[in-house]
Design a protein around this ligand. Structure first.
Ligand SMILES: [Zn+2]
Length: 115
């Protein structure tokens, strides 16, 4: 009888029996296929961002307290929001919460012309 090997994914904490994926972060940690897919998607999105108008927070931060579009990791996935960078707290103020996982930002577009 073939015994089933249970593995526990270090990222999501779920047990799984399928063949593991290898984390791109260190190329050795075994993670579950779902997290493997998520990492691949994240890597794809980040590579797209690098060739767009988005500005990496590693390169430049917006003027303090000015509303900008932000690209950040919400609960498990990336999303776009409007926020202000708070220099004194080194985080980003959204209408209802604060994000510390912003990777990119860009100035808000001009408002629509006319009424
Ligand atoms: Zn997982």
């Amino acid at each position: 009888m073939k015994s089933v090997k249970w593995r526990v994914c270090p990222i999501c904490g779920n047990a799984y029996t399928t063949y593991p994926a290898i984390s791109r972060k260190d190329n050795k940690t075994e993670i579950c296929p779902k997290c493997g897919q998520q990492e691949a998607l994240d890597a794809f999105l980040v590579s797209k961002m690098e060739n767009s108008d988005w500005i990496s927070v590693k390169d430049k931060l917006p003027p303090p307290n000015q509303e900008v579009l932000i690209w950040h990791k919400g609960i498990g996935r990336y999303r776009v929001d409007v926020a202000r960078y708070r220099e004194e707290h080194k985080n980003w103020q959204l209408p209802h919460w604060v994000s510390e996982s912003v990777t990119h930002w860009m100035p808000l577009p001009e408002p629509p012309k006319g009424e």
